[in-house]
Design a protein around this ligand. Sequence first.
Ligand SMILES: Nc1ncnc2c1ncn2[C@@H]1O[C@H](COP(=O)(O)OP(=O)(O)OP(=O)(O)O)[C@@H](O)[C@H]1O
Ligand code: SF4
Ligand SMILES: [Mg+2]
Length: 319
Amino acid sequence: MLLRVENLFLYYESERGIVRAVDGVGFELGTKETLSIVGESGSGKSSLALGLIRLPPKNTAKYAGEIFFDGLDVMKLSDEEFRKKVRLNGIAMVFQGAMNTLNPVIPIVKQVAEPLIQGFNIPKNEAHQKAVETLSYLGIKPEMASRYPHEFSGGMRQRVAIAMALVTNPKIVILDEPTSALDIITQANIMNLLKKLKNEIGTSYIFITHDLALASELADKVAIMYAGRIVENGPAEKIFNSPKHPYTQLLIESVPTLRAERVPKFIPGAPPDLINPPSGCRFHPRCPYMIKGKCEREEPRITTVDGDVRVSCWLREEM
Ligand SMILES: Nc1ncnc2c1ncn2[C@@H]1O[C@H](COP(=O)(O)OP(=O)(O)OP(=O)(O)O)[C@@H](O)[C@H]1O
Ligand code: SF4
Ligand SMILES: [Mg+2]
């Protein structure tokens, strides 16, 4: 297994109390696999990504767990070892909103070449050449490479952000909502580009999105996140065709379709406050199948069903 995460926690200090953004998360990712992490806004997806690349924010209250990447015990590495063995060309990340954080006064090719020069001491002209090639592979022609970010559309800037992650040939790329700020046509173009990358380069991807339909386009595996935890995790086909967790079922039923025969359902209630999450199963206040006296009291364990689907719900445990 290329990446194995166990019991990962990332809590934040805040004026109102401790925010339990990532609360005991575990999953696995194989070589050349794409895992989509899907969840509502505020469910802890970006926090999970920060935890994976050892970038807990300043106001972190708890950061713990185990991350095994390519034979390395990531949490035990020194900062220098982590930088060399993981950050440089192990796990790269395209941050949420990355296309808006490019440096406005530096030509894009220089920004893409930067990790090679800084991280690997590759001579400038060689790094420049590799940056041009990477940009070109992502659909930005060499003659455009010396332009500045403001000369590009949102979709093109997102391609630049992806190029910055890919230029060092990482084993895993984390993409945090790579298309959510884009119009639907540009979004489709970026999704097609990601599919091309997935098929042509032997990289593994962690694709973070709140959009289940988008997740289905790329994913081999899907992890459904709810209130800081993964509630269901398994092969994409099984998750989409026979979801086991009530939250996953409602998420799938809430996706609008162009066909008129099914009216999309909505999930009642609001996502929980992570400072004071509901007791027992965190989904119980919104769950149509809530077992009174049990679900609100006891936290369901993770059960394996249907061969390789991991789900935490009392209904499944009782079956
Ligand atoms: N640095 C921080 N300090 C305090 N709370 C934070 C911090 N970063 C995030 N949070 C809170 O942690 C929770 C999880 O946030 P996170 O950004 O990980 O969610 P998300 O699933 O990525 O949401 P979105 O889909 O909107 O990007 C939210 O309640 C958020 O307000
Ligand atoms: S454990 Fe209970 S409340 Fe939670 S999802 Fe299952 S049935 Fe619903
Ligand atoms: Mg986010």
